[in-house]
Design a protein around this ligand. Structure first.
Ligand code: ARG
Length: 257
């Protein structure tokens, strides 16, 4: 009987020690964070789905965080703040269907490219605008909408400044607001990336996407200039591209037609 009590005491103290270790290491393994700046207004790349953020960029970011052993924290902001959040180091990275441009490269670094983007033009089904060239025809006065600070807005704004077009540009906080303005007839066209264009056209009656493309672009992750984490993020992304994970995520959100 005494033996038994002794054995029990031993087992109990062993359990106590194990329990202590588990509790202590539990506190220590709280993961470091990986902060993602995005603008969740851009389906299928990033959008709000009930309580959660969803989309191609969000999932790729999740996989990168997994590889780095960090916890992904999504910081949703206006699109024109994404680059600033990254440039000031507030966020570890920015993913927002973000096009690589020389101007942006002045304030942030970019990872490898992970997707292609095409700027498309949305018009009403019965619009006199039949091709992108119609926006550049002599003396036309179409009102063209785009999300503020996007490449669509920047390039069209440049063309207006360079007197290549006599159209005017209306800038909106989100692509959805630009599209809403198009449906109510306040503007004549919206320039936006092709995949969001498809999802907005699907969600609204009476709109179509022009066959002709406005421009071709590369999407990449924006990174704070020379940040210590950049190489690890890019390595993780490259592995995810090479093993087909990125393509599988894209295919899930953009099924082949
Ligand atoms: N690709 C375009 C750009 O980089 C549009 C991106 C808009 N993204 C967004 N999440 N609203 O300017």
């Amino acid at each position: 009987m005494k033996k038994f009590t002794k054995a029990l005491a031993l087992v109990l103290s062993a359990l106590f020690v194990v329990g202590c270790f588990a509790a202590c290491s539990g506190a220590k393994t709280e993961k470091e964070k990986l902060t993602l700046a995005t603008s969740a207004d851009f389906p299928p790349y990033e959008y709000v789905d009930g309580e959660n953020y969803a989309g191609i960029d969000i999932e790729i970011a999740g996989k990168i965080a997994e590889k780095l052993g960090r916890e992904l924290v999504v910081e949703n902001t206006d699109f024109d703040s994404v680059i600033t959040s990254v440039a000031t180091g507030k966020a570890d990275m920015g993913m927002a269907g973000l096009t690589v441009t020389p101007k942006r490269q002045e304030s942030v670094d970019f990872s490898s490219n992970y997707a292609k983007g095409v700027q498309a033009v949305i018009v009403k089904e019965d619009s006199p605008i039949k091709t992108v060239d119609d926006l550049y025809a002599d003396g036309v006065t179409y009102k063209v909408g785009a999300q503020i600070s996007t490449t669509g807005a920047i390039y069209f704004g440049d063309d207006i400044a360079d007197k290549k077009t006599t159209c005017t540009l209306e800038q909106y906080q989100t692509g959805a607001e630009a599209v809403a303005s198009l449906t109510t007839g306040k503007i004549d066209a919206v320039i936006i990336d092709n995949e969001p264009a498809k999802s907005f056209v699907k969600a609204n009656e009476g709109l179509k996407i022009l066959e002709t493309e406005y421009s071709n672009e590369d999407y990449a992750i924006a990174l704070p200039k020379d940040a210590a984490l950049n190489a690890d993020i890019d390595k993780a992304l490259t592995e995810l591209i090479n093993d087909g994970t990125v393509q599988a995520i894209i295919d899930k959100y953009i099924p082949a037609e």
